[in-house]
Design a protein around this ligand. Structure first.
Ligand SMILES: *Cc1c(COP(=O)(O)O)cnc(C)c1O
Length: 854
């Protein structure tokens, strides 16, 4: 008997006295998470409950006794605190924003940001790590800046796993259920009060989807949910776990996110002009956008594609292909066979969209390739990662030199107000004023950090370190209690760590490339370092390993076992269940943040940025963001950015470099105190770090960059293509088809340059070429010399394009074209002539297959 079918269900909501209704309003907009006064307000309700609910005010309001609430109503102090917070939040929501000033009065613009995970707060556990936190910080800054953006993701019933460690140090996973009614969720409903819903077809099964909304300041985040009675059990599971399950589950989740996400927005009456795919998981959205236009206007796939491509943005986060989803053809056939055929695509055409070489039947369908092919704006997440990504994906554009690939970079950032300790924000306000809170990208403002007296900076940081030590002891005690340690062992937890000594933090996913145990390679050396009688050091670790990553779990166990050894017991602590709350304590209290990825595996990394805002110093391999952040005086680089073939050798070299740095530079600097006990060399370094890194590595800067470089141009471009029932989009598709048909006739016959022997800097060299255009008019050809200095292998590096624009007809579709190259540098030069098609409106257009070098 299935009793669940017979259940009558109802929801009990807390009955707040009217006077306290504002509490409810504040709890349901997650901008409270970056408003310190609001956090204080909730703590004031009940300290213990605050901790027990994992800082979840919605749940708290449901648990609080009616009597407590009645009492609060008569507590003047509390009521004025409440009024103050509500006013602050209302002010925030109605303030004039950066975007309004930039884009005066231009209404009706809408951007959408799709991501598999969003890390907004620990109480909403629908994230696993860096990718999700970045997405959360993106929404928060979009809210601060007033960008008309909404988020789209999945609402997981169990989210990502929680971690605890058994007595031997093995990671154990558990999956508590998220109770939607105790989370800050609004179910989207229509005018009649019925849930807004839509259907998806998955291998012949109809799946119904509901939509929930989380309000993140001004920005709504829509979360999809398939856990409904009317769905088949296997489809109810789609929104159970983040990154759980097999490939079959993953493709269904990605269909839900991409195709379902676009349908959800439509069901809500939202029509975004630009869609941003945060990693390839969301790439199916491009297909659905195309399909909707085809259906509405009776267009062909190729005709709708032009406009949609122009309005898509794709951000890749992975420097290895294995880290990206690939699906075998039969799985795609199973779930999307009917779908692609309904769009008039053949099997090969469809599968080709996910292959670097569309004609290679052995390539699996790759979500990143799909995204790259269907987004005109693509980027990696640091300059180095941009380079790495262009190398990874260059075969998608076989005719282009690497530096010209349409794949650039926007370096990640962090949401300052989420990660900054309240004490430190206070200090900055005292010496910088408050303008940095609205515009954190002004370098001049951050120069004022010099005005902060060293003693005050140091005192403030000491307080944060003390709090971190307190927090670590408390958590360690809880961990020991849980695994049944003896009372004597638990008491020892009060003696671990010292609030006054150099504190190093290392917390991140325990993936092997992050090399969590590089510091443990020479235990005797480590012991001497940590237990130095006058200049001791302590290290705090945290992080989860993927449930299937045995090696990652082994690394965690190694650290735990070490921390049980007598010689390390007081100096090494591993904190379980790394989440945003643990991360906040760590980044706010450590002196040094250690980061040891194997270059170039860390696409960007963001925790070091959180540390930088808090005056902590980074010690990192030159990888990801640190290649751009490191300036010589604002932290430390381990090594100088070498890449080794022999991993074992590399580990050895870099681990030694790390010990050397600690022993010879970092520890001495930290303990070099003036008579007043202040380490002036260290505080100088803290200031240099704040000044150089804060104006750059925030999501304020990052979201502005996405808006100016991608969102607004993408919107303009896609509007242009869509105007007049997609006239230009249709025209462009037809034109490309024509060019494709005739392109085989295009030939470069001769290339000539005068003075090819020796020329002086500043000389101008005439170049000319003769080409045959066949049936393509010469006006539709773009002919350039690609010219520059040669490297040792004879390849042009960082070449420039010189248009050859003087045209002489030679008859029969043949032309001579000429121009001049200016030699601005000494050295071996070379050039090539390049012919591409040129569209009357869009100028030269690159399409794989439509480019000739000569
Ligand atoms: C910031 C953050 C990350 C990202 O860490 P990186 O290793 O720097 O990419 C992961 N998890 C949590 C909980 C974080 O707060």
């Amino acid at each position: 008997m299935d009793f669940t079918k017979m259940l009558h269900r109802f929801t009990v909501v807390p009955s707040l006295p009217d006077e306290l209704a504002a509490l409810h309003r504040i709890a349901y907009n997650l901008c409270w998470t970056w408003e310190p006064e609001a956090i204080e307000l909730f703590k004031r309700l009940d300290q213990e409950l605050w901790k027990e609910t994992r800082h979840n005010p919605v749940e708290m309001l449901g648990i609080l006794q009616q009597a407590t609430l009645e009492n609060l109503k008569h507590d003047d102090g509390f009521m004025s605190h409440l009024a103050r917070v509500e006013e602050k939040i209302n002010d925030y929501l109605s303030a004039r924003t950066w975007y309004e000033r930039l884009n005066k009065g231009n209404k009706g613009i809408q951007f959408a940001y799709f991501s598999m995970e969003f890390g907004i707060h620990e109480s909403l556990p629908i994230y696993s790590g860096g990718l999700g936190i970045l997405a959360g910080d993106h929404l928060k800054s979009a809210s601060d800046l007033g960008i008309p953006l909404c988020g789209v993701g999945l609402l997981y019933r169990q989210g990502y796993f929680r971690q605890y460690l058994n007595i031997e140090g093995w990671q154990q996973e558990y999956y508590p259920e998220n109770d939607f009614y105790n989370l800050p969720l609004h179910q989207e409903r229509d005018k009649e009060g019925n849930p807004v819903s839509f259907d998806l077809d998955l291998a012949g099964r109809r799946v119904r989807v509901h939509i929930w909304r989380v309000q993140v300041g001004r920005v709504p985040l829509y979360l999809l949910d398939t856990n409904l009675d009317e769905n088949a059990p296997e489809d109810r599971e789609i929104t159970t776990r983040l990154y759980g399950g097999d490939q079959d589950m993953r493709i269904r989740q990605e269909i839900l996110l991409g195709i379902g996400g676009v349908r959800a927005l439509r069901a809500l009456g939202i029509d975004p002009q630009v869609c941003h795919m945060n990693e390839g998981h969301a790439a199916f959205l491009a297909l659905e956008r195309i399909r909707l236009i085809m259906e509405g206007l009776k267009l062909k796939f190729s005709e709708a594609r032009e406009a949609v491509k122009a309005g898509n943005v794709f951000t890749t986060h992975t420097p290895v292909e294995a880290g990206i989803d690939h699906f075998p053809a039969d799985l795609l056939e199973k779930y999307l066979g009917r779908y692609y055929r309904s769009m008039g695509l053949s099997r090969d055409e469809f599968l080709g969209l996910g292959r670097q070489n569309p004609k290679n039947p052995y390539e699996n369908f790759c979500m990143a390739v799909l995204a790259l092919k269907l987004a005109d704006f693509s980027n990696g997440v640091s300059e180095l990662h941009g380079d790495v990504s262009r190398k990874m994906w260059k075969n998608i554009w076989p005719e282009l030199p690497e530096e010209q690939l349409p794949l650039t970079s926007v370096t990640n950032g962090v949401h300052m107000k989420t990660w900054l300790a309240t004490e430190k924000a206070g200090l900055l306000i005292r010496y910088l004023g408050t303008r940095w809170l609205e515009d954190s990208t002004d370098h001049n403002l951050w120069r004022k950090v010099n005005r902060i007296p060293d003693a005050e900076l140091w005192r403030t940081h000491n307080r944060c370190r003390e709090k971190l030590v307190d927090f670590s002891r408390r958590r360690l005690k809880e961990q020991l209690t849980k695994v049944g340690a003896t009372a004597k062992e638990i008491v020892v937890a009060d003696e671990v760590f010292d609030p006054d000594i150099l504190t190093i933090g290392f917390a991140r996913r325990f993936a092997t490339y992050k090399r969590g145990t590089l510091l443990l390679r020479d235990l005797d050396r480590l012991e001497r370092l940590l237990n130095d009688p006058t200049r001791p050091v302590q290290i705090i670790f945290a992080g989860k390993a993927h449930p299937a990553d045995h090696q990652g779990k082994e690394l965690i166990r190694e650290i735990i076992q070490l921390s049980h050894q007598e010689r390390f017991r007081h100096r090494i602590v591993f904190i379980e269940d790394y989440d945003m709350a643990v991360a906040r304590h760590l980044v706010q209290g450590v002196d040094v943040w250690l980061n040891t990825p194997r270059r170039p595996m860390e696409a960007s990394g963001t925790s070091g940025m959180k540390v930088a805002f808090n005056g902590g110093l980074n010690m990192s391999i030159l990888d990801g963001w640190w290649c751009e952040g490191y300036k010589g005086n604002n932290g430390w680089a381990i090594g100088s950015g070498e890449v080794y073939d022999d991993i074992e050798y590399q580990n050895e070299v870099e681990s030694r470099a790390m010990y050397d740095l600690l022993e010879k530079e970092i520890v001495p600097l930290f303990y070099d105190r003036g008579v007043d006990g202040i380490p002036r060399g260290w505080t100088a370094c803290m200031k240099a770090s704040l000044q150089t890194l804060c104006p750059i590595f925030s999501t304020d800067r990052m979201v502005c960059e996405y808006t100016e470089r991608f969102y607004l141009p993408a919107r303009r471009q896609s509007q242009l293509l869509e105007n007049g029932e997609f006239a230009l989009s249709i025209d462009l598709a037809a034109w490309k088809e024509k060019v494709h048909r005739h392109w085989h006739q295009v030939k470069i016959n001769e290339v000539e340059a005068d003075g090819t022997q020796e020329v002086s800097v500043g000389d101008r060299i005439p170049v000319s070429t003769t080409i045959s255009c066949g049936e393509i008019p010469i006006e539709e050809m773009s002919v350039d010399a690609y010219f520059g200095v040669l490297d040792s292998r004879g390849a042009i590096v960082g070449g420039e394009l010189i248009p050859l624009e003087t045209v002489t007809p030679l008859g029969h579709g043949n032309y001579r074209l000429s121009g001049e190259m200016e030699c601005r540098f000494c050295g071996r030069h070379g050039f090539l002539v390049r012919v591409m098609p040129k569209h009357p409106t869009f100028g030269s257009v690159y399409e794989p297959g439509l480019l000739v070098w000569g």
